[in-house]
Design a protein around this ligand. Structure first.
Ligand code: HEM
Length: 441
């Protein structure tokens, strides 16, 4: 069996100049040039790009047991330990089974009221202006909302601020390490590594203390920490402090940047499409969302996660050599499955670059299976997807109730593909307070 085809490169340096210039455009071009499975040589390193929806479905869903996530998560594991996102095999499966019920829509209902109140509180602090950095504001809002869902209302503001700062430092470290070619071990005392060690210490001290405190209560509570403390495995044993700590860190790391960037991108798209924003606002969307076909806000969320997916790439690695789409995939080959590439492929989407929430109206042609997967697919699909949707609905509805959004005159918005797809250098919008609305100050 043959190796998959590869893209054209320059002599000696190969495709590196293309990838450095614009990685997103490069991967899109490779998918068009080489077809559903491509082999991309980068010096001594080779990666594979999978862009055929049917094969994506095969890898993520049907044959998922033949693949694991690979070594790329080492940086994130320094923070998340062996939580859901980084664990594999039976240990992962057992924990996923234990935690899954807490993330079902029905189980989340109890959390949602508090979540809504926290988001309203955060939005109250947003001020109108000609160039408000909504990426930064969204980062802050989502972090507070996550802390509320994880730890309840009891954390004093100074501690929240300290924890928030530590999470931001840890995220920057993960982003930096995951994408730098020269990997210095984190023991080397560079200023960045020292900052990271301090942040990790803060996070560990705080979480272990919160876990211990919670164990002393008769009722551990209904927030996610309380549920983790109350969880019993098949033998009736409670989770260890380390297991709970790893899952808490995982929920923060996996949930924060993804959801914050989703929120920033949604607001950006609504600012660029005021008529769509008005339609959403006119429907006065309920936080829970519609149970039937998606309402206007639901369609905006679906479409925003298509054109600007915060999780822009998933990586899988075969445990052993495998046949895929008529080609051979060597054992250990990093297989990149990019939401950004597939969600914008003209073969599966009409006018793929156009933000058009109406393509999600009932009766419109659905994309092929495997062509839309903002939250992944198969057994490892995002466990936080219902939570993220609820959070985004609260935040977008609350923001539209207060403000009219328009693009700012300041700067161009450029998506930067790091661990998540984020607006490079922030995202400034013009926020004008609405003449009427529930939140006049
Ligand atoms: C818009 C927001 C979000 C997006 C786009 C997103 C995207 C994803 C994707 C694509 C995966 C699968 C990764 C893979 O298969 O390799 C994933 C997994 C995961 N996500 Fe999310 N996520 C979001 C929000 C959240 C939130 C809010 C939480 C937690 C509260 C969360 C927790 C997790 C966890 C724990 C996993 C690992 C699940 C497992 O492997 O069993 N995510 N997410």
């Amino acid at each position: 069996m043959a190796a998959p085809p590869g893209p054209r490169g320059y002599p000696v340096v190969g495709v590196l100049p293309r990838i450095w210039r614009d990685p997103l455009a490069f991967f899109q071009e490779v998918a068009q040039e080489c077809g559903g499975l491509a082999r991309v040589g980068l010096g001594r390193f080779t990666l594979y790009l999978l862009s055929d929806p049917a094969l994506i479905h095969k890898v993520l869903v049907e044959d998922s047991r033949h693949y694991w996530k690979g070594d790329g998560l080492a940086a994130a594991s320094a923070v998340m330990g062996r939580g859901l996102a980084t664990n594999e095999g039976e240990a992962w499966q057992a924990m996923r089974r234990l935690l899954q019920p807490a993330f079902q829509p029905r189980a989340l209902e109890g959390l949602l009221q508090d979540l809504g109140a926290t988001i309203e509180e955060q939005l109250e602090a947003w001020r109108p202006g000609p160039a408000v950095d909504v990426a930064e504001a969204a980062n802050h809002l989502v972090l507070r909302a996550l802390f509320r869902a994880l730890f309840g209302a009891g954390l004093p503001p100074e501690q929240l601020a300290r924890l928030g700062e530590a999470v931001l430092v840890a995220n920057e470290h993960i982003n930096h390490t995951a994408w730098s070619l020269i990997k210095l071990p984190s023991g080397v005392p560079t200023p960045r590594n020292l900052r990271f060690s301090r942040a990790l210490r803060t996070l560990n001290e705080a979480t272990y203390r919160l876990i211990r405190e919670r164990r002393t209560l008769e009722d551990p509570g209904d927030d996610l920490l309380g549920r983790l403390v109350g969880t019993r495995d098949a033998s009736g044993a409670a989770l260890s402090d380390t297991q709970i700590r790893d899952e808490l860190m995982t929920l923060i790391v996996a949930g924060h940047e993804t959801t914050a960037n989703a929120l920033a991108w949604i607001l950006h798209l609504l600012a660029a499409h005021p008529a769509i924003a008005e339609q959403v606002q006119a429907e006065a969307p309920a936080a829970q969302g519609a149970t039937g076909p998606p309402d206007a806000l639901g369609r905006v969320l679906l479409e925003a996660l298509r054109v600007l997916p915060p999780a822009w790439v998933i990586v899988r690695t075969p445990y052993s050599e495998r046949e895929l789409g008529g080609y051979v995939l060597p054992k250990g080959a990093p297989l990149l499955i990019s939401q950004y590439v597939v969600h914008r492929d003209p073969r599966w989407w009409e006018e793929p670059a156009r933000f058009d929430p109406d393509r999600w109206l009932p009766g419109r042609a659905a994309p092929p299976r495997g062509a839309y997967f903002p939250y992944g697919d198969g057994p490892r699909i995002c466990i936080g997807n219902h939570f993220a949707t609820a959070l985004l609905r609260f935040a977008v509805a609350g923001c539209l109730r207060r403000f009219e959004l328009r693009p700012s005159a300041e700067g161009k918005v450029v998506p930067q593909p790091l661990t998540t797809l984020r607006p490079k250098g922030g995202l400034r919008l013009k926020l004008t307070r609405r003449a009427s609305g529930s939140a006049q100050t």
